[in-house]
Structures are given as C-alpha cells and as structure tokens.
Design a protein around this ligand. Sequence first.
Ligand SMILES: C[S@@+](CC[C@H](N)C(=O)[O-])C[C@H]1O[C@@H](n2cnc3c(N)ncnc32)[C@H](O)[C@@H]1O
Length: 347
Amino acid sequence: MWWRNLILLGDCLNAVSYLQKEYQGKFRLIYIDPPFFSGTDYSLRRKGEPKNGHAPNVTEKTTYSDKWEGGLEEYLEFMRARLEGMKNLLSNNGSLWVHIDFHVSHYLKIVLDEIFGYQNFVNEIIWKRTNSPKTQSRGFGSQHDVILLYARDIAEFRTNPVFRPHDITSLKPYSYKDERGKFRLIEIEAQGIQRSESRKQFEWQGRVAPYLYRKETLDDWWDNNLIYTSRNCRYTKKQYLEDMPGVQVSDLWFDIPPIQGSSEEYTGFLTQKPLLLLKRIIESATDPGDLVGDFFAGSGTTPVAACKASRKWIVCDSSEIAINLTTSRLENIDNRGTYELINLGIR
Ligand SMILES: C[S@@+](CC[C@H](N)C(=O)[O-])C[C@H]1O[C@@H](n2cnc3c(N)ncnc32)[C@H](O)[C@@H]1O
C-alpha cells in the first residue's frame, strides 16, 4: 500500500490534534524526548573549516528553550495536554516511551499514571547516558536518563525480546559442559520469597519440591535430556550457550554509549540521542511496516532509525533548525521512502 511519511513543523499540541481524525489508533509506538525542565537554552553547535592554520570557528544557534516562567506547574500542564492527545493516537497494542531525567521523571510518572492508568505502566528504563558525570560538592553526579514506558492497553502489549552480546561476566555461569556443549543451570524449584505457603509441592522423579513448572513441562525437559541432577539429587534445567543469542536486556541500559562529538552521527544538536537507542526501542516495540511517532523530534534520530528498520513514521518539532537538520539527515538514508513536510505554523 502506498504510504507517505510526515514531518510536521509546529507545536506538537497542534500536530496531535491535526492527526486525530486520520491517525487515531494508528501509531504502534510513540517515543518522545521532550524538554526536561532543565532551566537551560539549547543550541546547535557547528564547527567551520580551519583557516590558515587557525582552529575552526564554532557557531551556535539557539534551537529551543527549556525555561519555564510558570515553574513546574506550567511545565506539567504543557506536558499533560500533549500526552493526552498522543494517547488517542496509539493503537490498542501500542506504547508510549517518554525519555526524561531526574528533573521531572517522578512528576511525569504521576501525570502518566493518571492518563494511561497505573496498570498500564510497563517499565522505568535507566539509560546510562554518560561515562563522566560532573563532579559536585553536594550529592552525586547524575549519569542516567529515565525512559517511562506505558502500554495503551497492557493486555494487548507485547515486546520483541532484545539481546546484547555476551561479555566475560555473562559467560561465567556457563561453566558446565556435556556432549551438546556449554550450559548453565536454571532453577526449577521455588527459591526465597517464591516459596510461599500457598505454592503447591508435588512429587516429580522421586523428589517432592515446590516446582515452578507444570509436571508436563518438566517431563518434556526430562525426555529431552535438559534436566541436570546434582550429587544431592536436586534438579535444575540446563540452558545451553548455543541456544542463547546473547544476554536478554533488562531495564538497565548500560550498553548504549552516548554520542561523542567525533562520532559519525553527531549533528551538533546538543540533545541528540544515539541511533542505537532508537533502534532498540523501535525493534522491541514494533514490527516492520508499523507506524512510529516522535513529537519532539529534534535532530531527527527517530525517523532515521525508523527508516533503517523499515517502519513508517510521522514526526514533529517546533524548531525550524531541528526540522532542517532532520530533512538533511534523511537525505543520506537509502531507505527513506517518500515524506511530506507540513508547516502547521510556529508559535
Ligand atoms: C530533547 S530535544 C529532542 C532530541 C531528539 N530526541 C534527538 O535525538 O535529536 C527536544 C525537542 O523538542 C522540541 N520542542 C520543544 N517544544 C516543542 C513543542 N511544543 N512542540 C514540538 N516540539 C517541541 C525542541 O525544538 C527540541 O528539538
């Protein structure tokens, strides 16, 4: 089916209402990286060419302001109105990912609980965004951002499992070996707090224990030689290294490095996020052909990652500089498809 991606220039409140009629319930994923209530003005930093052996000039243009005269209250009302509109654009199996940091993550969690319902909160993801936090005399330097993940409807929401490559620590438990190869041991009996009074014990292969799995599942593993018997006759399940594509990623994302000034993808946009971060989010929450949105698109990381992953996209930003950066980044992407730029008017 013919499809045209969209870039909307303007306040995302207008963008969200502009899209309500045609795109309500159509977005599988919306990722946003809004202003963080940081009290700072942000700019685009560009280096010129070195001249006559002199260091190049660096120019800076303000892209957006994250200063709020009305304080936290004004900021939260700004976000609430826009988040409400975004929720209506999500499909029943869709999700919203809100990228934020310590300044307002706890306040926004409450606003999001009110809009989406506490039961639809899925994860608080911690992304380690820098290796060198600022030193400070009080407290501790901040090194992470927070991504709050909400499902439109938790009953309908699924993610594709994501794996990161093995490292020395994750390979350590694979210290057992048999004719099939290296394996580690997985508990099949309830441990610690899982061992509640209400958990039923039953007899299996001569041992009575509070098993975590049904008898049929255990029998199946037994028949397939996947059960390991220890010297004191305790059973565990073998997990072979060759069956694991890597380590399944948890809510701690320490393996995606921040963008360096020298990195190829760096545009000079000071709050630009890495493509790898968006790749992970898009690939876990959507399938090829799904529609992805970003209403605070900045330098255009989301549409670039969406193109590379063969997803459709609609994005918005209120800054002309950000939109120009997005279109010029897209020019270098082979798989970008067609897109239309619509000016909704700037404030
Ligand atoms: C943190 S940056 C996004 C960075 C982006 N994730 C990237 O990788 O480049 C926030 C963006 O929100 C935009 N913005 C601020 N207020 C907005 C509004 N009301 N509507 C749309 N965009 C807005 C700013 O212009 C800025 O580009």
